[in-house]
Design a protein around this ligand. Structure first.
Ligand code: UD1
Ligand code: CA
Length: 449
C-alpha cells in the first residue's frame, strides 16, 4: 500500500453565498459542508490532511483542528490553492486526493475508488471524478477524444457551445500522483476568462508531460448536487440530504408517520423500532435508543435518549439531556444538561436545567429548576422515587433526598432529607362566610350615585 495524502480546498470566500460566514461553514443536516468532507475523508485514514483556508478564517481552522491548515493569502484559483499547501504536504510517495470544501456529498467509497484507479497498473498521473448533474451549468466539462479518453477540462466560462453541450462534468475531486503533483501545479498558468490558476489544467499538462489521465464516474453513491455555491443550492442540498437521511433511517427500521416533515442530522443514531411523529426536528448530537417514541413537534439536540423513553408531543430536549430508559418527557417540557433516571417522568410544562433526577421520580406539572441567578448556573439533584408536586420551584443549588415528597406550589430553597415531606408555600387561611359579607359590601358601594 502506498501513501494517501489529502488537500481540502476551503479558501474561497463564497461570494455567491452573500454571507459573512465562510462558504464551507454553512451547515447541511447540522454539520458544516467542510465537516461532511472531513468525516468522509477520515474513513480513508490519510497520512496527511491539509486544509487550505483564507486569511482570517479562524472558525474554519477550529472546525478542522487538529488537522493543520495553510493560508492562501489571495484566492487566485484552485490550482493556486493547491500550491499553497505544498510546504505542509511535502513529498508524498503515493496519491494526493484533492477535494473541495463546498462538495460535501462525495462518499468515502468514491474517494477510495479514485485512489484505486490512480494506483492501477497503467498509473495515470491524474484521476478525476466525473459527474452528470441534472443541470451542468457552471461546472467544468470533461472533454474527451472520439475514443472517450479524457483530454482536458474546460471551465464553463471558457467553454464554447459544443463543449457546453457535454454532460460529463468535473466534480472537483482529483487523485493525483504525489510524484508529479508539484511539477503539474508549477506548470499551471492563468490564461483564461477569470485569470485564475485552474487545477483542472493539470489534466492537459499531465498529457503534455507524457503521462496518462483517467476519469472515474460517480455511480449513484453521491447525492446529486455536487458543488454548493449559493443559498438556493444550500437549501436544495439540505432537502436532498434530509431525504437521504430519512430513507436510511427507515431502511434501518425507524417508523416515520410523515417523513417529509421530519428533520434529522447527519450524526443522528437510531436504535430499532423507533417511532417518529410528524414535525419532529433532531439537531446534532442525538442518539435514540430502541423503542423510543418521539411524538409530534418535539425538538431534540445534544441528547441521549435511552430505550423505551417517550418524548413529546411538543417536548424540547437541549444539549446535555440524558433521558433514561422508559422515562417520559411530555408536552412543553424543556430539558438542558439534565439527567433523567430510568422511568422518571416529567409530563407537563416544566423546565429542568442543570439537573439530575433519580429513577422513577415524578416531576409535577409546572415544576421549574431555578438554575440561574443572572450570573452563574447551579445544580438541582433529586434522588430516586421523589414526588415533586405541581408548580414547584427548585432554587438551585439544592438536593432532594430519595423518596421525599414535595407539596405542590413549593419554593424549595434548602436541601430536603430522604423520605421527608416539604411544604414551602403560603399557608391556606379560611374565613367562614367572608365572601357573603364581601359581596354585600361591594354591592352597596355600587348602588351609591
Ligand atoms: C470548480 C471547478 C469546476 C468544477 C466545480 C465543481 C476549477 C477551476 N473549477 O468550479 O471544474 O466543475 O468546481 O463544483 O477547479 N478555492 C480555494 N482557493 C481559490 C479558489 C477556490 O480554496 O483560490 C476553493 C473553494 O473554497 C471551493 C473550491 O476551491 O471549496 C472550488 O472553488 P469554486 O470557486 O467554488 O469553484 P467552481 O467555480 O465551483
Ligand atoms: Ca464550487
Amino acid at each position: 500500500m502506498t501513501e494517501i495524502a489529502a488537500i481540502v480546498l476551503a479558501a474561497g470566500k463564497g461570494t455567491r453565498m452573500k454571507s459573512d460566514l465562510p462558504k464551507v461553514m454553512h451547515r447541511i443536516a447540522g454539520r458544516s459542508m467542510l465537516g461532511h468532507v472531513m468525516d468522509n475523508l477520515a474513513q480513508l485514514k490519510p497520512s496527511k490532511l491539509v486544509v487550505v483556508i483564507g486569511p482570517g478564517m479562524d472558525d474554519v481552522a477550529a472546525e478542522v483542528a487538529p488537522h493543520p491548515t495553510v493560508i492562501q493569502a489571495e484566492q487566485l484559483g484552485t490550482g493556486h490553492a493547491v500550491a499553497a499547501a505544498r510546504g505542509a504536504v511535502g513529498a508524498v510517495n503515493g496519491t494526493v486526493l484533492v477535494l473541495f470544501g463546498d462538495a460535501p456529498f462525495v462518499a468515502a467509497e468514491t474517494m477510495s475508488r479514485l485512489v484505486a484507479r490512480r494506483e492501477a497498473a497503467d498509473r495515470p498521473a491524474v484521476v478525476v471524478l466525473g459527474v452528470r448533474p441534472a443541470d451542468p451549468n457552471g461546472y467544468g466539462r470533461l472533454i474527451t477524444d472520439p475514443k472517450g479518453n479524457l483530454i482536458r477540462i474546460v471551465e464553463h466560462r471558457d467553454a464554447d457551445a459544443a463543449e457546453r453541450a457535454v454532460g460529463l462534468c468535473n466534480s472537483g475531486v482529483m487523485a493525483i500522483d504525489g510524484g508529479v503533483l508539484w511539477s503539474l501545479v508549477d506548470a499551471i498558468g492563468n490564461a483564461n476568462a477569470k485569470q485564475e490558476y485552474y487545477l483542472t489544467d493539470a489534466i492537459a499538462i499531465a498529457q503534455r508531460m507524457g503521462r496518462s489521465v483517467a476519469v472515474v464516474e460517480a455511480d449513484g453513491k453521491e447525492l446529486p448536487l455536487i458543488g454548493i455555491n449559493s443559498k438556493v443550492e444550500l437549501a436544495e442540498a439540505e432537502a436532498i440530504c434530509q431525504q437521504a437521511l430519512r430513507r436510511r433511517a427507515m431502511e434501518n427500521g425507524v417508523t416515520m408517520i410523515d417523513p417529509a416533515s421530519v428533520f434529522l442530522s447527519a450524526d443522528t443514531v437510531f436504535g430499532r423500532d423507533v417511532v417518529i411523529g410528524p414535525n419532529v426536528v433532531i439537531g446534532p448530537g442525538v442518539t435514540v435508543g430502541d423503542k423510543v417514541e418521539l411524538r409530534a413537534f418535539s425538538h431534540v439536540e445534544g441528547a441521549a435518549i435511552a430505550a423505551g423513553a417517550l418524548i413529546g408531543p411538543f417536548a424540547r430536549l437541549r444539549a446535555g439531556s440524558k433521558i433514561g430508559a422508559g422515562a417520559h418527557v411530555g408536552n412543553f417540557v424543556e430539558t438542558k444538561n439534565a439527567v433523567l433516571g430510568e422511568g422518571a417522568k416529567a409530563n407537563h410544562l416544566s423546565y429542568l436545567g442543570d439537573a439530575e433526577i433519580g429513577a422513577r421520580s415524578n416531576i409535577g406539572a409546572g415544576t421549574i429548576t431555578c438554575n440561574y441567578d443572572g450570573f452563574v448556573k447551579a445544580k438541582t439533584t433529586i434522588g430516586a422515587g421523589v414526588f415533586v408536586g405541581s408548580n414547584t420551584a427548585l432554587v438551585a443549588p439544592v438536593t432532594v433526598g430519595e423518596g421525599a415528597l414535595i407539596a405542590a406550589g413549593s419554593v424549595v430553597t434548602r436541601d430536603v432529607a430522604p423520605d421527608a415531606m416539604v411544604v414551602a408555600r403560603g399557608q391556606q387561611v379560611e374565613k367562614a362566610g367572608w365572601a357573603v359579607k364581601f359581596r354585600a359590601a361591594r354591592q352597596a358601594l355600587k348602588k351609591k350615585p
